[in-house]
Design a protein around this ligand. Structure first.
Ligand SMILES: [Mg+2]
Length: 278
C-alpha cells in the first residue's frame, strides 16, 4: 500500500456551502493539512471563485507552494510562485466556439421561455475554458435557485437545445440552475488526469473528497476513474475527516503508510465520523 501524496477536494458543499467562503475552522484545517501533504482543489468555478471562497480566508499564512488550484475542472491550473498565484495554463474555447455557444444559450433560453427578467448577476459567463448559463444569475440566492427547476426539466430542455447546435462541445447540467459548456470530455476526471501528469502521480497516490460522488454527480467521474474517494454531504463532514487525516498523518513514522484511511477513504471517514457524530 502506498502513502497518500495528494488530497484533492471538491469546493462547493465539500469545503464550503455553495458559493460561500470557507469557515475559519476549515481554513485552519487546510493550513494544517498543507503542512503534511500537498492539496488540490478542483471545481467547475473560476479562479476568482477559489480566491473569494478559499484563498481570502487563509489568514494564517500557510506555505501555499503545495496548494494546487484547478478551476473549471482542471482546464485551468494555478500554482503559487512564492509571491502570487500564476496561471500555468488555460485551455480556452476559441472565440468562434464562444460566440456560437453564447448565441445558442441565449436563443434557447428565450425560445424555451427560460430567460428570466428577475436575476442576480450575469446570466451568461465566459470562464475562458467554459461558458456557463445560470438562469437566475451568478449571485442568485440559494432558495430562489432551489425553486426554479426542482425536477431539472428546464435545464435539460436547454441542455438539449444547445447540445444540438454545438455537437463538437460538451453541454452539461451544472448546479441547480446552470448549464455548462466546455470542450468534450472535460469533467473532474479530466482535471485529476492533468494533476497526475503534472505531479507524476498515480491513482493510488490520491485521495479525493467530494459531496456528489453518486452516479450522475459532478464528482462521480473521479470515483469512476479509480481514485480512492471520501463521500461527504457538507463541509462539516469534511472538517471531521480532515481532522482525522491530520492526526493519522502526524502519528505516522517516516516511510510508513497511511493505514486504512488511504486505502479506503470512505471507511476511514465512517470510522472518524462514528467517533464524532454530526
Ligand atoms: Mg460539490
Amino acid at each position: 500500500m502506498k502513502q497518500v501524496r495528494l488530497v484533492a477536494f471538491d469546493l462547493d458543499d465539500t469545503l464550503a456551502p455553495s458559493k460561500s467562503r470557507i469557515d475559519p475552522e476549515m481554513a485552519t484545517l487546510l493550513t494544517e493539512l498543507l503542512g503534511q501533504v500537498p492539496v488540490c482543489i478542483i471545481s467547475g468555478g473560476r479562479f476568482e471563485q477559489f480566491s473569494a471562497q478559499v484563498l481570502d480566508a487563509l489568514v494564517a499564512g500557510p506555505d501555499l507552494s503545495d496548494l494546487h488550484l484547478m478551476p473549471t475542472c482542471g482546464t485551468q491550473y494555478y500554482e503559487w510562485t512564492g509571491a502570487d498565484w500564476s496561471r500555468v495554463y488555460s485551455e480556452d474555447l476559441t472565440e468562434v466556439q464562444k460566440d456560437t455557444v453564447i448565441k445558442a444559450l441565449t436563443e434557447g433560453a428565450v425560445e424555451l421561455g427560460l430567460w428570466e427578467t428577475r436575476t442576480w448577476g450575469p446570466v451568461i459567463e465566459d470562464r475562458g475554458s467554459q461558458i456557463t448559463f445560470s438562469a437566475l444569475g451568478q449571485e442568485a440566492p440559494a432558495d430562489a435557485k432551489k425553486k426554479w427547476d426542482p425536477t431539472g426539466s428546464k435545464k435539460e430542455l436547454l441542455r438539449q437545445y444547445v447540445a444540438e447546435r454545438v455537437p463538437e462541445l460538451e453541454v452539461r447540467g451544472g448546479g441547480s440552475t446552470s448549464v455548462d459548456v466546455t470542450r468534450k470530455g472535460v469533467d473532474k476526471s479530466y482535471g485529476m488526469d492533468k494533476i497526475k501528469q503534472r505531479l507524476g502521480l498515480v491513482n493510488d497516490d490520491i485521495l479525493f473528497v467530494g459531496d456528489r460522488l453518486d452516479a450522475g454527480g459532478n464528482d462521480y467521474p473521479v470515483k469512476a476513474m479509480g481514485i480512492g474517494c471520501v463521500a461527504v454531504e457538507e463541509w462539516e463532514h469534511t472538517a471531521i475527516f480532515v481532522r482525522g487525516l491530520i492526526a493519522t498523518l502526524a502519528a505516522q513514522a517516516p516511510g510508513e503508510t497511511v493505514a486504512e484511511q488511504a486505502a479506503d477513504g470512505a471507511a476511514g471517514f465512517s470510522a472518524v465520523a462514528a467517533g464524532r457524530p454530526v
